[in-house]
Design a protein around this ligand. Structure first.
Ligand code: HEC
Length: 456
C-alpha cells in the first residue's frame, strides 16, 4: 500500500516538468503585454495583465507542489535543489504580488511595476536554469557547445583532459585510474552527490558501494549479474540502458568494468597484479598506452646533476664515469683496476646519481661490500669475477631499486641467495660459474619465480 502511494506521488510529481512551463508562459506573456501597453495604441492590453499574472501564480503554485513531490521521490537533494526550490517559491510570490498590483489592490509608485517585472523575469530565468541542471545534469548548457565556448567555461563534473597516470604499474589502480574517469565522464552528471538519479551516487566510492533504489549495484544477482554491468550492457534502445543520454560506454570500458566487478571489485587492484587476463592487458595497452611492466627507477625518478668537481676528483682516483643518457643525470661508474676498498667511500657524494656500478675483476672481497650498502640508487651492480662470497651478499639486501645483479664467477652459493629475497625490483640475476650446487638449480628458480636467472 505504501509502495502504491509512493508510486502515485511520483506519478503526479513527474508532471512537474510539464506544468512548470505554464507559469513561465503566462509570466512572459504578461510581461510582454505590460511593455507593449506602454504605447498608446496597445493600451488596451493593460486589461489582460491581472488575468495573466493570476494564471502565472496558480501555475507556479501547482508546479511548486508537484516539484516538491518529485524531489522527495526521485532522490534529488543538495544545493542546486535548495536554490531551485527557494527561487521557485520566490517566483510564485512575485507573480502573486504582480497580480495584486495590476488588479489595482496596491497603490504604489509608478516605476514599481517595471522593477517588479524585471526581478520576476530574473527569478524565473534562474529557477528555470537550475531546474535544467537538475534534470539534464549540471553541464547541460555546455554539453553540445562549440569548443571555443567549452574552453571559456570549463565543466565541473566532466574530466576531459588526459589523466596523468602514475609511473609504475603497481601504482595504477584499476578503479581509480581506469574506471573512475569513465564514470566521471559518462555517468556522474546524473549520479552525483547533489542529484543521485535512481538513488545512485557514482561520484564517490561510498556511493557506488551503497548502491541505488534497487539495492547493491555491484553484487551479482541471479540471471542478470550485477545491476551496474547489466544496465550498461542492455540494448542501447532499452529504456533501462545507461547512460540514457550522452556518450555510451565503449566496448573496452565495459570489458574492464566487467573484469573488475567479477573479480571482487577491489579498490586496491593494480594493473601490475598477477593473473590479469591477456585480453585485459592488451586492452590496457591499446586503450591507455599502459604496460604492466615495472619501469626502472632511473626512468621514473629524477636527480640533480652531480657536482663536476667531484666527478673530476673521482676520475683522478681511476673511476670511469658516464651519464646513462644525454638527458639523464644518473651515472654509470666503472673501476677497472684492482681496488682498494677505501676508494669506494669516495663515491658517497654521488650516491644519489650512481645507478650503475661495475666492479668486475677488481679483486673485490666481501668485506668491501660494506661500502656498497649505502649506494641505494643502484639499479645495476656488476661484481663478476671477484672473490666475493655469501657474507658479502648481506650488504646488498637494502638495495631496493636493484634490477640486475651479476655474480658470475664469484664464490657465492645457494645459501647466500636468501639475502636477495627482499629485493623487490630485482629482475636479472647472473649466477654462472659460482659455487651453486648444480642439483639446486630448479629450487633456485622456484625461490625467485619472477627473476630471470642465468646459471651458466
Ligand atoms: C542523463 C542522466 C543519466 C546518465 C548520464 C546516467 N544515468 Fe543511470 N540513471 C538515470 C536515471 C534517471 C535512473 C533512474 C531510473 C532508472 O532506474 O532507469 C538511473 C538509474 C541507474 C541505475 C539503477 C540504480 C538502481 O539501483 O536502481 C544504474 C545502475 C545506473 N543508472 C548506472 C549508470 C551508469 C553506469 C551510467 C554511466 C555509464 C549512468 N547510469 C548514466 C539517469 C542517468
Amino acid at each position: 500500500m505504501i509502495l502504491i502511494q509512493s508510486d502515485l506521488w511520483l506519478f503526479f510529481g513527474r508532471f512537474h516538468s510539464l506544468v512548470v512551463h505554464l507559469p513561465i508562459g503566462f509570466f512572459l506573456l504578461g510581461s510582454i503585454f505590460f511593455f507593449l501597453s506602454k504605447r498608446a495604441s496597445w493600451h488596451f492590453l493593460k486589461k489582460a495583465l491581472p488575468i495573466s499574472f493570476l494564471l502565472a501564480t496558480i501555475g507556479a503554485i501547482l508546479a511548486a507542489v508537484l516539484g516538491w513531490l518529485l524531489a522527495a521521490k526521485e532522490g534529488y537533494n543538495g544545493g542546486t535543489l535548495f536554490w531551485h526550490r527557494s527561487l521557485g517559491i520566490a517566483t510564485a510570490v512575485m507573480s502573486g504580488l504582480l497580480y495584486l498590483h495590476f488588479s489595482g489592490r496596491f497603490h504604489q509608485g509608478k516605476n514599481l511595476s517595471d522593477w517588479g517585472l524585471l526581478l520576476g523575469i530574473t527569478l524565473l530565468t534562474l529557477t528555470g536554469h537550475l531546474g535544467g541542471q537538475l534534470t539534464h545534469g549540471s553541464t547541460y548548457l555546455l554539453d553540445y557547445a562549440p569548443p571555443l565556448i567549452k574552453k571559456i567555461f570549463p565543466r565541473k563534473h566532466v574530466q576531459e583532459q588526459a589523466i596523468a597516470f602514475p609511473m609504475n604499474p603497481d601504482s595504477i589502480y584499476l578503479f581509480e585510474h581506469l574506471i573512475r574517469p569513465v564514470l566521471d565522464q559518462k555517468c556522474v552528471r546524473c549520479h552525483h552527490t547533489d542529484q543521485a538519479r535512481g538513488g545512485l551516487n557514482l561520484q564517490t566510492k561510498e556511493g557506488l558501494l551503497a548502491g541505488g533504489n534497487s539495492g547493491d549495484v555491484l553484487e551479482a544477482k541471479p540471471q542478470q549479474g550485477s545491476t551496474l554491468l547489466h544496465r550498461v550492457t542492455l540494448e542501447s534502445n532499452h529504456v533501462k540502458y545507461m547512460p540514457p543520454q550522452g556518450l555510451p560506454m565503449s566496448y573496452a570500458e565495459v570489458r574492464l568494468l566487467e573484469y573488475w566487478i567479477d573479480h571482487g571489485y577491489s579498490f586496491r587492484q593494480t594493473i601490475a597484479d598477477k593473473g590479469l587476463p591477456s585480453d585485459i592487458l592488451d586492452l590496457i595497452k591499446k586503450e591507455y598506452g599502459l604496460s604492466n611492466k615495472r619501469r626502472s627507477y632511473v626512468e621514473v625518478h629524477q636527480v640533480s646533476a652531480a657536482d663536476p668537481s667531484i666527478i673530476h676528483a673521482l676520475e683522478a682516483d681511476g673511476f670511469t664515469i658516464k651519464k646513462l643518457s644525454k638527458t639523464s643525470n644518473f651515472l654509470e661508474v666503472i673501476y677497472r683496476d684492482s681496488i682498494d676498498c677505501g676508494l669506494l667511500q669516495h663515491l658517497i657524494p654521488i650516491k644519489d646519481q650512481m645507478a650503475w656500478l661495475n666492479l668486475s675483476r677488481t679483486g673485490l672481497t666481501s668485506t668491501c661490500l660494506v661500502h656498497v650498502q649505502d649506494f641505494t640508487s643502484l639499479t645495476r651492480l656488476q661484481l663478476a669475477q671477484n672473490p666475493v662470497d655469501n657474507g658479502g651478499l648481506i650488504f646488498l639486501k637494502d638495495l631496493h631499486y636493484l634490477e640486475s645483479l651479476n655474480l658470475f664467477q664469484t664464490n657465492i652459493d645457494e645459501e647466500g641467495l636468501s639475502y636477495l629475497e627482499g629485493l623487490e625490483a630485482l629482475q636479472y640475476l647472473y649466477l654462472g660459474e659460482t659455487n651453486i650446487d648444480s642439483l639446486k638449480r630448479d629450487e633456485i628458480k622456484t625461490q625467485f619465480p619472477n627473476i630471470q636467472i642465468t646459471l651458466n
